[in-house]
Write a protein that binds this ligand. Structure first.
Ligand SMILES: *Cc1c(COP(=O)(O)O)cnc(C)c1O
Length: 359
């Protein structure tokens, strides 16, 4: 069986070493020493000023929306994971979808201004597959219309934009350390901001609003993560270079063996480095996409329609006319990509895809 992804698991002894410390200290959560150490190491590795380690990437988006006091309409992308849209609705705001760019698959800045109303408070955009949005254009629009920007950077671990961490763009960036992501802590996530005030506010928010044992600053939630999750993160961080370089080699190999396949890959944004978090292909038609899925599944290969469907088709939002997102969602596949995937397996995947095309 070749799944779309397999979580990275480090050598067990490396994790066990951290467990001994947890048992000695008898501290399991509530910003313990391993959570602090992980935050420090992540800030150092990612070269960001402030980062708060959280339960998951969805809570991260919700805390970001709360911390910025966003109300009413938030402009967002239809081409992302469901958590991007559902978090907006969960926080009592309304997602306003703007179509994506056909090449980068990120929100199209040229279409944003037409969607801005007197009720618009922010833009929530996703760096799809780790490929940065058109950050300069979004900044210009946000400045002109006095909007906040949140980036859902769940895919963008380690991505640089003009030499700096893409996590430092926007008012707040959120990310996910879920098991299926490039870097994971089993479950986990983070918010990153350059603003000390927002950092402080989000730090209170993740801990129920506690300011000492019996004083509360404002309404909060439980967004804390545990020592066990932080331990997995500390171990995995020491393997991140080898995880990334394996994925680069696999992606280059896919490029080679798929050179006779008719498809398009997302175009990497100028000024960005790519982190090889996903290998996405956009096929010519939905029909050929579905036939490829069928043929691959018959051979126990499981690519994923990621993202599908277009988020404006969720039952709790308003449907809009978004021709590019609708079309891409129907034709996109993420191919298997994980650290132990072999070149033989990639050959096998490619062979079956080519067989469908050439039949
Ligand atoms: C994974 C993901 C999320 C959600 O993160 P969790 O940690 O699973 O809650 C949100 N947005 C995008 C784009 C994602 O890929």
């Amino acid at each position: 069986m070749i799944p779309v992804t397999k979580p990275f698991l480090p050598p067990k002894e490396e994790y066990n070493k951290y467990l001994d410390g947890i048992w000695q200290r008898n501290c399991l959560t509530n910003n313990g020493p391993l959570v602090n150490e992980l935050e420090l190491k992540l800030k150092e590795y990612l070269k960001v000023d402030h980062l708060l380690y959280l339960t998951n990437g969805t809570i991260a988006i919700q805390i970001a929306i709360k911390a910025l006091d966003l109300k009413s309409e938030i402009i967002t992308t239809p081409f992302s994971y469901v958590a991007t849209s559902s978090s907006i609705v969960w926080e009592g705001c309304k997602p306003v979808f703007v179509d994506i760019d056909n090449n980068t698959l990120n929100i199209d800045p040229d279409k944003i201004e037409a969607a801005i109303t007197a009720n618009t408070t922010a833009i929530l955009a996703t760096h799809v597959y780790g490929n940065p949005c058109n950050i300069d254009a979004l900044n210009t629009i946000a400045l002109k219309h006095n909007l906040k920007i949140i980036y859902d950077a769940a895919h963008a671990f380690g991505t640089l934009y003009n030499g700096k961490s893409v996590f430092e763009c926007g008012d707040i960036s959120t990310t996910s350390f879920h098991s299926t992501k490039l870097f994971h802590t089993i479950e986990g996530g983070a918010v990153i901001t350059k603003s000390p005030e927002l950092l402080k506010r989000m730090a209170y928010m993740r801990n129920f609003g506690h300011d000492g044992p019996d004083k509360f600053t404002e309404v909060g939630i439980n967004g804390k993560n545990s020592e066990f999750h932080a331990a997995m993160g500390l171990v995995n961080l020491s393997h991140i270079e080898s995880i990334r370089s394996a994925r680069k080699a696999q992606s280059d190999y896919y490029d080679r063996v798929l050179k006779n396949l008719e498809f398009k890959k997302p175009v990497i944004t100028r000024g960005a480095t790519f982190n090889y978090a996903y290998y996405a292909v956009v096929l010519p038609t939905e029909d050929i996409t579905l036939r490829m899925i069928e043929e691959l599944n018959r051979n126990l290969i499981y690519p994923r329609r990621y993202f599908y469907p277009s988020l404006d088709e969720l039952p709790y939002v308003k449907k809009v006319e978004l021709p590019i997102a609708r079309s891409i969602c129907k034709r996109v596949l993420c191919l298997p990509l994980y650290h132990t995937l072999t070149f033989e397996e990639i050959d096998f995947v490619a062979r079956h895809m080519l067989r469908v095309q050439n039949n």
